[in-house]
Design a protein around this ligand. Structure first.
Ligand code: SF4
Length: 427
């Protein structure tokens, strides 16, 4: 068994030996994206496993080890990890946990300490935790994040974004039920294989070709386009994307005969890099941080251009706007220094949806999330004042909130949306 090694502060380290012997458990947020990210981790030599979703047990497990006034995503992520260690069939002496640290002022930077506390309370203090961050926090001898690794993860994000985007635009109208989901699976398998066997898989020209092929194949699915209510989903990153966090919101909206639009993960990555650059102008600090942020930002902006170009090949698809356009829409609402949680990106996503003709929006808010209550819920009134046809509902997610209550509030928003549709289209 791998020896337990601690640093000067008493932190248990993830060692080289553990890298060879341990399974690294990673909480899942977006099913399509994270399947590819899992593969990237495996290619880098980690025996990584993305955790699967299981509803109520995870909440009660989280409540046992995390204080119930902690923000809801922390409770879910920690609950999911401890539940897997207890019941997932792994040897607890051969697992490590990986969690992201944003490095900003939000609580997401501190989930790792809550997780350590929860592990100690549950009797698993010997399980090492790996911090995934680009700020150089909590280094481990068995885990390193170099530029190539960052790029590979980024490509997983961009492919995940285009597949999620196009699937959402095609699935509600498909003539043969299940064809869109089959194409998602097929592309995830193909891309994962490509990552594995093709040494050019991370070249930009190849990525462009792949993005174009994905767009062409989704466009080739036979559809019958009727007018449906389009609903955008925004909010705190975990509850916005994770079916565990939002009580399977997307599935619910689809069952209500809506077309769901979920903004991509790439905008959030660019937002985080942009923060580094903006911080430098607002508060000063080390030039290297600004340069590194600017470099990642420009790499992502190039990839976003490729994604937009690929989707634009087919006129029936709604094309997402660039990050820079989204950023410009926030002017007059929030300053760019508002960066805790999703910060100004959250109203930006609402404004972008409305700007592109999607006025019906569910704004997902986790319990205990002050930043997103300010930048999300707090901005709705202002947006509605400026854009009266905006039809936005803020939904709170917490361990005690009942699904039926959440769905009833969304149904009210949908009733308004149906009324706003032209009579001829509402049939
Ligand atoms: S954004 Fe909100 S939910 Fe997420 S870590 Fe920060 S406070 Fe918690």
């Amino acid at each position: 068994m791998a020896e337990l090694v601690y640093d000067k502060t008493g932190r248990l380290l993830f060692t080289e030996e553990m890298r060879r012997e341990y399974t690294v458990l990673i909480p899942q947020m977006l099913p399509i994206h994270f399947k590819m990210l899992e593969k990237v981790f495996r290619m880098r030599g980690y025996n990584a496993v993305m955790l699967n979703v299981s509803w109520r047990d995870i909440v009660s497990e989280g409540l046992k080890y995390v204080h119930n006034d902690t923000c809801y995503p922390a409770l879910l992520v920690i609950g999911q990890m401890i539940h897997t260690i207890k019941y997932g069939g792994y040897d607890p002496h051969k697992v490590a946990l990986l969690i992201t640290q944003t490095g900003g002022g939000c609580r997401a930077s501190n989930y790792i300490y809550l997780l350590r506390k929860a592990l100690a309370r549950a009797g698993y203090e010997y399980i090492p935790i790996i911090s995934l961050n680009v700020s150089g926090m909590e280094k481990n001898p068995g885990f390193s994040l170099d530029l190539k690794f960052i790029r590979q993860m980024l490509y997983g994000v961009i492919y995940g974004d285009i597949i999620m985007n196009l699937a959402n635009q095609v699935r509600p109208y498909e003539i043969h039920e299940g064809q869109t989901d089959a194409l998602i699976d097929s592309w995830v398998d193909r891309l994962v294989k490509d990552f594995e066997v093709n040494k050019h898989s991370f070249r930009r020209a190849h990525i462009r070709e792949q993005l174009n092929s994905i767009s062409d194949e989704f466009a080739a699915i036979p559809v019958h386009r009727t007018q449906k209510i389009k609903v955008g989903v925004v909010g705190e990153i975990y509850v916005k994307y994770s079916p565990l966090g939002n009580n399977e919101l997307e599935a619910f909206l689809r069952a209500e005969d809506c077309e769901v639009i979920v903004p991509g993960l790439l905008d959030f990555v660019i937002f985080k890099a942009d923060n580094r650059v903006v911080d430098h102008y607002l508060y000063g600090g080390h030039r290297f941080t600004k340069i590194a942020g600017g470099f990642i930002q420009s790499m992502c902006l190039d990839l976003q251009q490729d994604l937009i170009a690929a989707i634009s090949r087919h006129s029936e698809f709604r094309v997402p706007c660039t990050f820079m356009h989204l950023k410009s829409l926030v002017e007059g609402y929030l300053g760019y220094g508002n960066k805790m949680g999703e910060g100004w990106l959250l109203p930006g996503e609402m404004l972008e949806l409305i700007d592109s003709g999607v006025a019906n929006i569910v704004c997902t808010q986790p319990f205990g999330c002050l930043p997103n209550h300010v930048a999300g819920k707090g901005m709705i009134r202002r947006i509605k004042q400026n854009i009266p046809h905006a039809n936005i509902v803020a939904i709170d997610y917490d361990p005690g909130a009942t699904r039926i209550n959440q769905e009833n509030r969304i149904k009210l928003m949908l009733a308004n949306a149906r009324m706003a549709m032209k009579p001829s289209a509402a049939e």
